[in-house]
Design a binder for this molecule. Structure first.
Ligand SMILES: *Cc1c(COP(=O)(O)O)cnc(C)c1O
Length: 301
């Protein structure tokens, strides 16, 4: 049950370098990558109240969805084990096996039951014949959506914002975060706090609507600024420019990033600082959402 017990706040560190100084801002990084040894960052925050609810409702199994490299599946497998819940992962791609990726291998090792379905069936999620069959066979299973992004994810992310508010003596002007499904950005907006969201996917404009739906409050969504030009070719894609930026950031600050989410967010944030986007005197908090198990080994070269 260690997963469900409250943890200490994750560290908040100030980042000082030439770019920050030139921009005249104060930049902090919220180290949610350190929140749990296996369930990192925003996935821990988003799963917390989902798993508490599953337990309250008396479920012993949780089912969720993801791709072969999904940080969410990885987190769910670890969290389910820690919270003593059986986990079932529905994986996109019926050509895959548990050995198709390190993520899937890890999930299986944690005891997650993997089901591989076609991309077409995957699009229908719990309405697909295979998943319907699975649910009927296994009885009452608690379902967590892809990415863990539902209304139960919001209060968990909100706790991160409250931690920062207690750690900083002055107000935060912006929280910067990488976005995949937008659940984390929605949680920060609901806290409520202003958000700079950096899409990790191509054509990330759809995120605005996703976030609006999750937040359910149009006034709060006005505090969202969505950046869609820092995707570096699309989800899980990268360029040598991005990798070079990550290496130099890591060298300068001694904090690891990865190329799928946090590297893109930080690249975007530094680009905006260099372009004079922020009023001098602003306070920015970049959220390190974790995901380091997917960090490219070639970043060390
Ligand atoms: C999943 C993930 C995100 C995206 O979070 P959303 O709530 O889906 O927008 C960002 N960073 C990391 C490291 C992630 O694993």
């Amino acid at each position: 049950m260690d997963f469900l017990t409250p943890t200490r706040p994750t560290p908040l560190q100030e980042l000082r370098d030439e770019v920050v100084q030139e921009a005249g801002v104060r930049l902090y990084i919220k180290r949610d990558d350190l929140i749990h040894p296996a369930v990192s960052g925003n996935k821990w925050r988003k799963l917390k109240y989902n798993l508490i609810r599953a337990k309250e409702l008396g479920h012993d199994s949780v089912l969720t969805f993801g791709g072969a490299y999904s940080n969410h599946l990885f987190a769910m497998a670890a969290a389910g084990k820690a919270a003593d819940l059986n986990t079932i992962g529905v994986v996109r791609g019926d050509e895959l096996t548990a050995y198709s990726s390190p993520t899937l291998q890890y999930c299986q090792k944690q005891g997650m039951q993997l089901h591989f379905i076609s991309r077409e069936a995957y699009r229908q999620k719990e309405c697909s014949e295979q998943v319907k069959h699975l649910l009927k066979e296994r009885g009452d299973i608690f379902i967590v959506p892809e990415g863990g992004s539902n209304e139960l994810a919001l209060p968990g992310v909100g706790e991160m914002v409250q931690e920062v508010e207690q750690q900083l003596t002055h107000l935060t002007d912006y929280f910067a975060v990488a976005a995949g499904t937008g659940g984390t950005a929605a949680g920060i907006l609901s806290a409520p706090a202003p958000v700079l969201a950096f899409s990790a996917l191509k054509r990330g404009e759809f995120l605005r609507e996703e976030i609006r739906t999750l937040v359910g409050d149009t006034a709060l969504v006005e505090h969202l600024q969505l950046f869609t030009d820092y995707h570096f070719g699309g989800y899980a894609r990268y360029t040598s420019e991005l990798l070079d930026f990550i290496r130099s950031f890591e060298q300068q600050h001694g904090i690891p990033l990865e190329q799928v989410y946090t590297g893109k967010m930080m690249f975007g944030l530094y680009d905006l600082m260099q372009k004079g986007y922020f009023t001098p005197g602003s306070t920015l908090v970049a959220v390190h959402t974790g995901g380091l198990q997917g960090r490219l080994a070639s970043l060390d070269k």
